[in-house]
Design a protein around this ligand. Sequence first.
Ligand SMILES: Cc1ncc(COP(=O)(O)O)c(C=O)c1O
Length: 405
Amino acid sequence: MSLSQIARSIKASPTLALNEKAAILREKGDPVIHLGGGEPKSRAPMDALLAAVNMINSGEVRYAPADGTPDLKKAIIRYTEEYYHRKVKPENVIASGGAKQSIMVAMQAILNPQEEIIFPAPYWVSYPDMAKLCGAIPVPVLPEDGTFYPRLKDIEQRVGSYTRAIIINSPNNPSGAMYPEEFIAEIVEFCEKKDIYLIMDDIYHRLVFDGKKPISAFDYTKKSVEESKLIIVNGVSKQYAMTGFRIGWAVGNKKVIEAMSNIQGHQTSGPSVLLQKAAVGALNGIQSSVESLRVTLENNRNVLIGLLRSFNGVKVTPPDGTFYCFADFSAYEKDSQKLSNFLIDKVMVLTVPGKEFGLDGYLRISYCGAIKEIIDGIERMKWALDPNAPNELYIGDRKLVRDWS
Ligand SMILES: Cc1ncc(COP(=O)(O)O)c(C=O)c1O
């Protein structure tokens, strides 16, 4: 069967594939621990649920405008004022089927085939394939100092005449690193000087620890929204534990938002009105669930870091936010895919290989699940990797016996 060049250049999302793998193993009755997940396990806010239920009860669930309903745009405008200190207009806002779609249509609106989009590594798994869907070229940049904190000079070296955009995700999936304000200020100024787009993927911006506060890239530009090439992306998935609702958004100058809306209008139309209503409920409702999720995640992070530090060969950088930790397991195995498969096969623990995020030798371990799962999962991993561990491990009444050295 002949497929297009683009179709042949795209891989399945590795994280979605892992979710399927976990589901299949669980169905078989295997006691799987999923430390590869990308979604909080808390309930969606009551205000979100009630808003959607009220709409269902009305029986009037119709088409929505391609760029979002007026009431969701209004809620996003208020959110932008609160967290980004900018007054924007409805024409500066698009609501999409998740932040993922906002990023995708933003790339489609600004990238020509063969043009380049730069992002620091480690990076979110979807960026390279999204760029390829536009026929464009993804350019990951590894910080040369070996940390998770990019420096402008690393990025600067990769910018050339084909560079159209930079995408920054902070706090970062997979490292949990929150880039310092100075770096955000520098990158905003740099993109303005070069006249290139800067997409800020802020999907984790409120899930930060140790007293840190969300950063607004708009604070570092003197340009008006209309003059600026800054595109801010955010959404309800992570902060409100509403991943399945699929609502995200972007804020930018009205020309780019209009182009994104035209593209989205032909792709999917607007996201479902029902789910937009739920997002309005979350954004305008009681906010305590966000703080309670943040506190839980900070606690989970502390427990996980303590456990990982008790491994001899693992190097960890404590995450500043998100619900991921990107730990260096290369002392055990340099091929992260091999190590991840080994952990699934031997102890039924799912982690995501660092290779998928542009850095081999690492594993991404999520701490968005129950604390007991985190503790048990790490204990199993330690047993599997420590050659001096006892020969047997009990999981409930199931006995695992070491058949490797
Ligand atoms: C860095 C990053 N950006 C965007 C998204 C997409 O979020 P959404 O569920 O809103 O599409 C994710 C989801 O995992 C993510 O990790």
